[in-house]
Design a protein around this ligand. Structure first.
Ligand code: ACO
Length: 323
């Protein structure tokens, strides 16, 4: 059977680091409050010349290099983002043009913090259907542009950045020791849309709007939704928490990550944690964390990796992949 194998990965961060202490000079908050509630110590904030497209392009270039392919080898670009450069065209086509790619197709995917999991799942379906041989999947965000910097309950939580992977169709035998994506599971429930949303848009206010969140409500649902969909991934493959080498969750909040790992009985040393360094970068958080685990030598070929995310909508999902 065809498997979507990860050939390479890359990431790009804005130049500007903002620590909690630096934030506390402008916002009525403290390093202690932010760290206790979220685990965040710092985040990267894009300067004016750094956009979702430029960060996405930079991450894509590193991933292509790492994969040992060029843009000529890519059939499709899928960009997960909720902070596009423009309402349209899709920022994916901007990145396509920046990379000098004139063939194939590029499109954006919008599932907020779950965007990367949605994009990887979509790429896997195209590859398994034989419609693409290699797909560049990018998660890129400039959430700082949609934050209300007067709202301390949200503005301290998010950051900017981008990450990317290259997926390639390879033959597998259909067993769980195959390399590539073994299973993926997506969910959404729009009845929660008021709990985490942006209060603007072209069809309603004709403005970009700002992020609004009922933090306690999000927290209340997060662990149950995350663990549910991971259990689905385990049931589909016969694998269990013991088989996992690395758990790379969406990096929203350390407490959510710790509680999810505990409920699933995933040992804490298997959890890749980057929320302290990056804050919540929405669709970019998983590929940014992948990059950290690759660079520090933790993530190696053959490792079984569990990706998971939950975000606005609500949307949520999980992917089991053998590196
Ligand atoms: N600095 C200092 N004090 C603050 C801040 C701040 N940045 N923000 C709020 N406070 C104050 C509040 O005003 C309140 O004060 P009061 O008791 O005098 O009224 C107090 O801190 C407690 O506020 P709560 O909102 O009750 O804080 P809570 O303990 O719920 O923590 C938080 C807030 C961190 C947002 C938490 O609800 C949470 O982690 N929710 C999950 C949300 C999340 O991670 N979302 C990410 C996007 S979704 C996703 O990616 C999964």
């Amino acid at each position: 059977m065809i498997r979507s194998v990860i050939l390479g990965s890359g990431a790009a961060k804005p130049r500007n680091v903002v620590t909690n202490e630096m934030l506390a000079e402008k916002v009525d908050t403290t390093d202690e409050w932010i760290q206790q509630r979220t685990g965040i110590q710092q985040r990267y904030i894009a300067e004016q010349d750094e956009t979702t497209a430029s960060l996405g392009e930079a991450a894509a270039r590193v991933a292509l290099d790492d994969a040992g392919v060029t843009v000529d080898d890519i059939d499709m670009i899928i960009l997960a983002t909720s902070t596009p450069n423009n309402t349209f065209p899709a920022t994916a086509v901007d990145i396509q043009q920046r990379l000098g790619m004139k063939h194939g197709a590029a499109f954006d995917m919008q599932a907020v913090c779950s965007g990367f999991v949605y994009a990887v799942t979509t790429a896997d379906v195209y590859i398994k259907a034989g419609q693409a041989k290699r797909i560049l999947v990018i998660g890129a965000e400039t959430f700082s542009r949609i934050l209300d910097w007067e709202d301390r309950t949200t503005c301290v939580l998010f950051g900017d950045g981008a990450g990317a992977i290259v997926l390639e169709a390879q033959e597998g035998v259909g067993l769980s020791n195959d390399r590539g994506i073994l299973t993926s599971h997506l969910r959404s429930d729009g009845s929660h849309k008021e709990k985490l949303y942006v209060d603007g848009g072209p069809s309603t206010t004709q403005t970009v709007g700002h992020l609004r969140m009922q933090g306690k409500e999000v927290f209340k649902h997060a662990v149950a939704m995350i663990t549910d969909v991971i259990e689905d991934a385990f049931s589909a493959t016969g694998l269990s928490a013991d088989d996992i080498d690395w758990f790379i969750p969406h990096q929203a909040n350390r407490r959510i990550i710790d509680a999810s790992a505990k409920k699933l009985k995933i040992a804490s040393e298997k959890v890749v944690l980057t929320v302290n360094q990056h804050g919540n970068t929405s669709a970019a958080s998983i590929p940014l964390a992948i990059d950290v685990a690759r660079k520090d030598g933790r993530l190696k070929e053959g490792d079984l990796v569990l990706l998971e995310a939950m975000g606005g909508g609500f949307t949520w999902g999980a992917v089991l992949v053998r590196w």
